[in-house]
Ligand binder design. Sequence first.
Ligand code: M6R
Length: 614
Amino acid sequence: MCGIVGYVGDQQARDVVIEGLRRLEYRGYDSAGIALVHDGVITSAKRAGKLANLEKAISEEALPAATVGIGHTRWATHGAPNDVNAHPHLGADGRVAVVHNGILENFARLRDELERAGHDLVSETDTEVAAHLLELEVQSGADLTTAMQNVCRRLEGAFTLVAVDGQDPTRVVAARRNSPLVVGIGEGENFIGSDVSAFIEHTREALELGQDQVVTITRDGVAVTDFDGNAAEGRRYHVDWDLAAAEKDGFDWFMRKEIFEQPRAIGDALLGRHDEDGLLQLDEVRISDDELRDIDKIIIIGCGTANYAGMVAKYAIEHWTRIPCEVELAHEFRYRDPILTRNTLVVAISQSGETADTLMAIRHAVKQKARVLAICNTNGSTIPRESDAVIYTHAGPEIGVASTKGFLTQLIACYLLGLYLAQVRGTKFGDEIGAVVRELAQMPDRAQRVLDQSDAIYALAKRFKDEKSFLFLGRHAGFPVALEGALKLKELAYIHAEGFAAGELKHGPIALIDQGLPVFCVVPPRGRDQLHDKMISAIQEVRARGALTIVLAEEDDTEVAPYADVLIKLPIVPTLLQPVVATIPMQLFACELATLLGHDVDQPRNLAKSVTVE
Ligand code: M6R
């Protein structure tokens, strides 16, 4: 959730750390802070609010020259987002500074113990106890690495901790349990970050730490141990993402750039995963065909947008494989005592691969001996690492807090999984699968055709920018699209928006319809189970009560046109694939409306990109 950076080398640590924080600010932006080691002491600065506030403060306060430093950008868990609670936190004598991502579950007990021993803790955070404990250790003669090992053994919960000792200008020490942490390996310098974007402009060589490990970086070395001090190893890898991929490319927002990247992202998600005849090749699904044939139930878990991708997947997977499929919010799944066996396949969908709710849910599934397959965008992140298999979505870095290309590529990965299961289990003939694959292969072009209507959708946002409430209706695979459209508007424009299954309207929500209420209506393609006609009835019902209908329908759908106050034309695609094209206008609408309202689209209030606390 929070972003953390550490640096040892020959450069000015202040510049490296601030630049790293800028790239990690998407993870949290309630406050930011930095600590530098120089002349046998620590100097730190921290400010509530965005990184710009800290930068202004340190330009006025002129931090000293230093080549060792740590930094933090916060998404508050314990204590209000103010200057005092901002990280870094210092020990009682200011010798040790710590930044932290996660939650220390036993902090109250530890705080009590420290206070009884005469310590004065100044913040409301859980982190400050770690700073005091580490400082006690180094004051009693331990080096910072040993101090970290000793303290970590006492901590409960999820944490990444990064610390410096004012009297040791050679090292930065970090520890990891259930929270993300990577090391950047440079020449004569080394880095620590919540993810590789913290140091990607300096090095593409990275080391991924395992659970319960401590890493010490010095100018010339990286040493990994477990919490007991035994030597351990991380996994070294080369980062393919370049810096340009993480920058805005001339767009005003990362989110807008990411929306327009979707044709490319969809293409990349499909790349190399089928042959010319539509035969699927998912080598990364390392669950044997025999085991896949034995699966008798699928449970899809995820949160927010990822959960909506799962809802679409349920329609597709059940239809193609005839395997019963449930979809569940990851945070609900774990606590309801789900029935899992060796023949249950749990599919965990997560863009970041670090969402704590989803991670804890897969751990529960693993314990119950279920098979776990991750659908994930972030290579080397925790969720795929702890799963039996993974399908990477290959969307590239998603920086905007609101998920866009992450969602569409999750849909593509779900379709591929469903078709692959159908292929392995023989529930669809090869030519039927091939026909769907050929449709999928056309999706990049079709997505581009929707994006080509962006000006008309921006005009729509301008027209509706003063509205206080919106409804979104859909049926079948269009229902999760309605939910996603409403979520985008809520999180970006801070406007009341609700998504409903259109059939549910008459059971209550229709009472919300009032004169002029804008209602987005996702119309299913014609010719399937009368869904199309039933959706038209729902549109007529809301229109009769004064709603203003913004209708998304197939481009040659003349039947619905008379009932549309505004018509957005979608390319003609099979019903199950329609979410790929129907979601895009809603992303564009929310992005533009939020821009017109003057909101920070990439970093909406109260949110964080990666929710690494439960
Ligand atoms: O990284 P994940 O896909 O696991 O994230 C799940 C949700 O937190 C995420 O989709 C969230 O709902 C987004 N803000 C939606 O735009």
